[in-house]
Design a protein around this ligand. Structure first.
Ligand SMILES: Nc1ncnc2c1ncn2[C@@H]1O[C@H](COP(=O)(O)OP(=O)(O)O)[C@@H](O)[C@H]1O
Ligand SMILES: Nc1ccn([C@@H]2O[C@H](COP(=O)(O)OP(=O)(O)O)[C@@H](O)[C@H]2O)c(=O)n1
Length: 419
């Protein structure tokens, strides 16, 4: 056991650790070193402080149980957090190496009772976790040790990597670029989430024809935007004005499963929404042989929300414009036109308050989390092939409809009878 934990710590020494005090400040990076380092670094002091400190990571070989354990760990730590303790997000990664990110938590304890010790002991008895302690020597040097062995390493500050670490695992953990990759995730869930089987059966029933030719079909127009930007209002009036079929993603047949998957960690939740797009794609392919199709949310929504949730901190941390992260999945039917409804934050809040309906947890977060909303909006705009056309949706519904009909009319190759 001692050997195993020692080799774990040695392995972790080649990594860099990121700790986020809050979403608004720059994260702090540090690494572990076997040689002594000079003391008194202000950045480290800001995170590590003088009290007791633990870093806790969920362990597990397979990605589905590991993702779920991370969520359970967060719940357990949040629920039992005693006064005087706080929880910070931490991540361990290899700089600029894809898929190398491991998320965890820092438990900082400035309480007189040192209550975190008891919490960590209980956690280790109940769950498969890996725990490190951080202590400060009298000379100001910080040491990190695995709780299961005696060997310690010096903590030293590290430079920020070129790519923000939270972007390293996005492909196939948050955003899926082929149906089979999202499908595999739900297959791995069948034992723990029985509903996955029914979802996979619905996907199979659709007789999907990837990349079926759209050349002879009617136009397919997708309407995107944050909640309360007017998508439902516009899609209804477009349906009427164009004699179109109205579809949405996720499709109606997944409605009953949605609340179940919304409570799961991003890996599972995002795979569910990704599969929803393929079911909608099959419906679009069928319907567009007979009439124009309007789609309320599609892949832009799936990718933009997933990216904005995965990337911590500010908008600047998003993958750069042109990154492969923003590419359209190779096997997903492409629409003829994607319109992004954009309203000012004030107007959007006004509409939300008038509507007074229940919001998903994520949408309530949008309301309070301006940073997150900006990231979703920016991610929408960076998605390519097809990119979206931004529509000013602040004016009245009639005015927005007129504007959109004008855009459709001006778009080359879109043929609508009566327009
Ligand atoms: N152009 C507009 N001007 C003013 N209010 C609007 C406009 N479009 C929609 N609304 C109102 O804003 C609220 C949200 O619109 P909705 O179409 O449901 O948005 P979404 O489908 O994007 O969540 C509704 O109460 C709707 O009546
Ligand atoms: N095609 C889609 C549609 C929604 N979603 C997810 O569903 C949430 C928004 O859906 P919603 O039903 O609350 O949105 P509205 O249709 O109410 O505006 C987003 O937070 C996305 O996470 C998705 O991932 N892919």
């Amino acid at each position: 056991m001692a050997n195993r934990s020692m080799s774990r710590l040695t392995q972790w020494c080649s990594r860099i650790f990121m700790v986020e005090i809050n979403q608004k400040t720059e994260p702090i990076y540090f690494s572990l070193s076997s040689t002594p380092v000079s003391a008194g670094n202000k950045d480290l002091e800001a995170v590590l402080g003088n009290g007791k400190l633990f870093a806790v990571y969920a362990l597990g070989d397979a990605r589905v149980p590991r993702a779920r354990s991370h969520t359970h760990l967060k719940r357990a730590l949040t629920q039992d957090l005693p006064p005087g303790c706080d929880l910070l997000n931490t991540a361990s990664f290899l700089p600029d190496v894809k898929n190398s990110l491991v998320n965890g938590f820092f438990l900082r304890d400035n309480s007189v009772l040192s209550s975190s010790e008891r919490i960590v002991t209980q956690l280790r008895q109940k769950a498969s976790v890996c725990v490190f302690t951080y202590t400060r020597e009298q000379n100001g040097v910080y040491l990190c040790s695995d709780v299961t062995d005696d060997r310690s390493y010096y903590v030293t500050t590290a430079p920020a990597p070129l790519r923000h670490p939270s972007t390293l695992n996005i492909i196939n953990s948050d955003v899926f670029y082929q149906m089979k990759d999202a499908y595999k995730v739900l297959q791995e869930c069948i034992d723990v989430i029985p509903e996955s089987k029914a979802v996979l059966e619905l996907v199979e029933e659709q007789q999907l024809e990837p990349n079926s030719s759209q050349d002879e079909s009617f136009p397919i127009i997708v309407i995107e935007g944050l909640d309360a930007t007017g998508k439902t209002t516009l899609t209804f009036s477009l349906q009427k004005a164009l004699g179109a079929v109205l579809l949405k993603s996720p499709p109606q047949c997944l409605a009953d499963f949605r609340p179940r998957f919304d409570t799961e960690p991003p890996l599972i939740r995002r795979a569910f929404y990704a599969l929803g797009n393929y079911i909608t794609a099959a419906q679009i392919a069928r319907e567009s042989s007979y009439a124009p199709v309007i789609v309320d949310r599609y892949w832009h929504s799936t990718a933009a929300y997933a990216i904005a949730t995965a990337v911590s901190g500010r908008e600047e941390n998003l993958p750069a414009v042109g990154s492969e992260i923003y590419e359209w999945p190779c096997d997903l039917l492409r629409p003829s036109l994607v319109l992004l409804l954009s309203v000012s934050p004030e107007e959007r809040l006004r509409r939300l308050s008038h509507r007074g309906l229940d919001k998903t947890e994520e949408e309530s977060q949008l309301e309070i989390n301006h940073l997150f909303r900006r990231k979703v909006d920016e991610a929408y705009r960076r998605i390519q092939n097809p990119a979206c056309i931004v529509v000013d949706a602040n004016p009245s519904p009639d005015h927005v409809l007129k504007q959109v009909l004008g855009l459709i009319r001006n778009k080359n190759n879109l043929q609508f009878p009566g327009l």
